[in-house]
Ligand binder design. Structure first.
Ligand code: F6P
Length: 340
């Protein structure tokens, strides 16, 4: 068999571990030919291919980013000025010309949607979910998330000492446009006093009341962990907005840290390397069985798969009743919706 691999959407730690998992399992276990497609779906449109051998993936397990490059090309997305159906036709043409038996698409929600649509167009596709945001529907966790949580937690740890010295309110903005998974996990791991996520609408007065309460009980400083996707007024960035609210309403001294791309770059944690390897090898099992049109997933500690058509167009958000939120409330963490 001949398989292609592409990586699309925002990069994250662990992608190379997944590429390695797919390639090694395919080459060693099934003698498959493995072709790397560069820059996501753009490489399929422009026919940019490079053969992956055991040799040229040596040493990539620990590397962040993606050796194949990525792009946010969405061939099905309709833009007035573009002839998008042509892109899909080109992809189908190149798939046939190259005599691919399957394409493995490593990506987040957007990628899974394109993967599902290509599968409906008759191509053999397997999806592997990745993103630091952990918001791919149908799997308990995506690789990249653990690495991002580690980096964000370390950043919060470091904020504690400087916050304590200066008796300030430290606000840290982490990634997560729609889903607040990183803020939730890093916030709890780093001992954040207030955690704000897009899924739980906050009340500005509660935030201020809680900070005043903490000051009253002699807490010298507070840490506020904010997901970038929380609602703000006037298009002001999340962290900046919460800082403004606190200063205007109670005039406490605040400082804002926007963690940005640091949480998306660099080497994957062992947990992400292992998950990526499990996903990659399971993808090859599915290909060998001819079980296409599916996304590999983890449920509990079991690696499994679900139809791409079920994943298409969905986002895995934090349920406001998620057990971890309830546990955090018990230890006095404020989510901005009510006083703990
Ligand atoms: O990878 C997901 C994500 O990190 C989001 O949380 C973030 O907002 C977005 O990607 C930004 O990525 P880019 O600037 O590369 O589009």
């Amino acid at each position: 068999m001949k398989i292609g691999i592409l990586t699309a959407g925002g990069d994250c730690p662990g992608i190379n571990a997944a590429i390695r998992g797919v390639a090694k399992a395919a080459i060693l276990g099934h003698n498959m030919k493995v072709i790397g497609i560069t820059d996501g779906f753009s490489g399929l449109i422009h026919k940019e291919f490079v053969e992956i051998t055991e040799n040229n993936i040596s040493g990539i397990l620990t590397l962040g980013g993606t050796i194949l490059g990525t792009s946010r090309e969405k061939p099905f997305k309709k833009k007035k000025e573009e002839q998008d159906p042509e892109k899909v036709e080109l992809i189908k043409k190149h798939y046939k010309e190259e005599k691919f038996d399957c394409i493995v698409c490593i990506g987040g929600n957007g990628t899974m949607k394109t993967a599902s649509l290509l599968s409906k167009e008759g191509l053999n596709i397997i999806g592997i979910p990745k993103t630091i945001d952990n918001d791919v529907w149908g799997t308990d966790v995506t690789f990249g998330f653990d690495s991002a949580v580690n980096i964000a937690t370390e950043a919060i740890d470091r904020l504690h000492t400087t916050a304590n010295s200066h008796k300030r309110i430290m606000i840290i903005e982490v990634m997560g446009h729609k889903a607040g998974w990183i803020a939730l996990y890093a916030g709890i791991a780093g001992g954040g006093d207030i955690i704000l996520i897009p899924e739980l609408p906050y009340d500005e007065n509660i935030i201020c009341k809680y900070l005043e309460h903490r000051a009253l009980i002699q807490k010298k400083y507070s840490i506020v962990v904010v997901a970038e996707g929380i609602k703000t007024k006037d298009n002001i960035r999340a962290g900046e907005y919460i800082s403004k609210v606190i200063q205007e309403k109670i005039n406490y001294e605040t400082r804002v840290t926007v963690l940005g791309y640091i949480q998306r770059g660099g080497t994957p944690t062992p947990i992400d390397r292992i998950l990526a390897t499990r996903y990659g090898t399971h993808a090859v099992d599915l290909i060998a069985e001819g079980n296409f049109g599916r996304m590999v997933a983890i449920h509990g500690n079991n690696i499994t798969s679900i139809p791409l058509s079920e994943v298409e167009g969905k986002t895995r958000l934090v349920d406001p009743l998620f057990p971890l939120i309830r546990k955090a409330r018990k230890i006095g963490t404020c989510f901005g919706d009510r006083m703990p």
